[in-house]
Design a protein around this ligand. Structure first.
Ligand SMILES: C[S@@+](CC[C@H](N)C(=O)[O-])C[C@H]1O[C@@H](n2cnc3c(N)ncnc32)[C@H](O)[C@@H]1O
Length: 451
């Protein structure tokens, strides 16, 4: 009777998953036959997935080529004491921290070994190694003959403390492709990575200050998305990519930190206290922000709060609205032959405000692109100030509201007219204002009818 291999999955504790083949006896009954008790001559109903702790244990690789090199490397990574037996070996293998026996294999070489790899190009030698391993009850992986091998390796991907090992009917290429697809899904955060076991009492969790990008859910980084998939608590801003909240596990605590760009539910101090206290309780806290956390995002203050409280944190940069919102509206902030510099400015204060520190005179004098954030409330005063300080009133200006979202609006005007035009159009925050000749490129970069 032949075996029909099929993929199956098993998950072990501590974030480790094993995908292994289930060998289902084929026959007239098809898969249902697998439910009947196997006859003595039948292959086992399934193989037995297992993880080995090789640290400090002797492992023997017979062979000196590329397969031997890969096996030696992965066993060294697991802490094994690796012996390589081969009449000749490659330079890379020789450079590893292994004991090399530069001679042919001979019976007795597996003495004291916990695991063996028969990885020579010679099936006869591999069979001898496997036979000695059987005699000594040492697990042996045969590189040349998966069907007769007592043990075999899997295609592995590791993400943090999650390890996935795939075998697929002893077809290594199939296993590798499946592994790569799982690796992609893990990296992209589309698999349920959230831990359900808390760290030991007293051990802090983590605060991840994640830049969510300008609003479109596809513009968060892969790392940010993955951390969201792992989060226990998400503290979210209004301008973060909120569509991603719908994908969270129902058990995730979602806390709104701001209802509108300038009307926060929580003070900055309350946000700092919140993320720190949840992390000290062992939670993985994602502080999900719009754009980049360190571009007018107060991410630095939140990071400092973590430092002061001794809470581990990481910063995941985001795609800032300062560049992405103009880009998605067809405006590059620099362009060869047009401008070689750009400045990103927080314009939330009227230039005449005593607390205003922006050097409008310097910004007005150069030809560089100005990207103004939080400028809607004082657009009139800012445009007037720039013209007063020397920028040409005919300089093109774009005001892009709710950029990258389905609600995006773009107003094209000039420095002299933009405030009145924005008033007429009822332009509201959030908006990015771009001042400079690069605005003209929009005509070329946004095809007619799609603006
Ligand atoms: C407090 S700042 C935060 C900036 C953010 N950290 C970043 O890197 O994009 C908020 C300002 O960013 C701009 N902004 C953010 N997202 C935007 C979007 N989707 N469309 C237009 N402007 C946006 C607006 O000027 C808004 O008032």
């Amino acid at each position: 009777m032949t075996a029909a291999p099929a993929a199956a999955a098993a998950v072990t504790g501590a974030g480790t998953a094993v995908l292994a083949p289930a060998r289902v006896p084929a026959g007239p009954g098809g898969p249902a036959a697998a439910r009947t008790a196997p006859q003595a001559t039948e292959p086992p109903a399934s193989d037995y997935p297992l993880w080995l702790s090789l640290a400090g244990r002797r492992a023997v690789v017979v062979g000196g080529g590329s397969v031997a090199l890969r096996r030696a490397r992965s066993m060294l990574a697991a802490g094994a004491v690796v012996h390589v037996i081969a009449p000749g070996i490659g330079a890379e293998l020789a450079a590893l921290d292994v004991t090399v026996h530069l001679r042919p294999y001979r019976d007795g070489d597996l003495d004291g070994a916990w695991l063996a790899h028969a990885a020579t190009g010679n099936p006869g030698v591999n069979a001898e190694v496997a036979a000695e391993a059987d005699r000594r009850r040492v697990w042996c992986v045969r590189a040349d003959d998966a069907a007769t091998s007592a043990a075999w390796t899997s295609a592995v991907t590791r993400h943090g403390d999650v390890t996935v090992a795939v075998t697929a009917g002893r077809d290594p290429r199939r296993a590798q492709q499946l592994r790569s697809a799982i690796a992609l899904a893990l990296a992209g955060g589309s698999l349920p990575l959230r831990r359900h076991r808390r760290p030991a009492a007293g051990q802090p969790g983590l605060v991840a200050l994640v830049g969510g990008g300008p609003g479109d859910a596809g513009l968060i980084t892969v790392r940010g998305r993955r951390l969201l998939a792992e989060a226990d608590v998400v503290v979210v801003d209004k301008l973060a990519p909120r569509d991603l909240l719908a994908e969270l596990d129902p058990g995730v605590e979602v806390i709104e930190a701001g209802k509108s760009p300038h009307a926060h539910n929580l003070s900055q101090q309350q946000i700092n206290d919140l993320i720190v206290s949840r992390a000290l309780a062992g939670r993985l806290v994602v502080r999900l922000k719009g754009g980049d956390p360190f571009v007018f995002g107060r991410g630095g203050e939140e990071a400092l709060a973590c430092v002061r409280a001794g809470v581990p944190f990481e910063v995941v940069p985001g795609v800032t609205s300062a560049i992405a919102v103009p880009a998605c509206a067809g405006i590059p902030v620099t362009h060869r032959g047009v401008t070689q510099d750009f400045a990103v400015v927080s314009a939330h204060l009227d230039p005449s405000h005593p607390g205003a520190t922006v050097d409008w005179a310097a910004l007005a004098s150069g030809p560089g692109t100005l990207v103004l954030l939080m400028a809607v409330a004082h657009l009139d005063e800012i445009a007037t100030e720039l013209v007063k300080r020397g920028r040409d009133a005919e300089t093109p200006v774009a005001v892009i509201c709710e950029g990258t979202t389905p609600r995006q609006q773009v107003l094209i005007s000039t420095l002299g007219d933009v405030a009145a035009a924005a008033g007429q159009r009822g332009i509201r925050a959030p908006a990015v204002v771009v001042v400079g000749e690069v605005v003209r490129l929009r005509e070329l970069l946004v095809p007619a009818g799609t603006a």
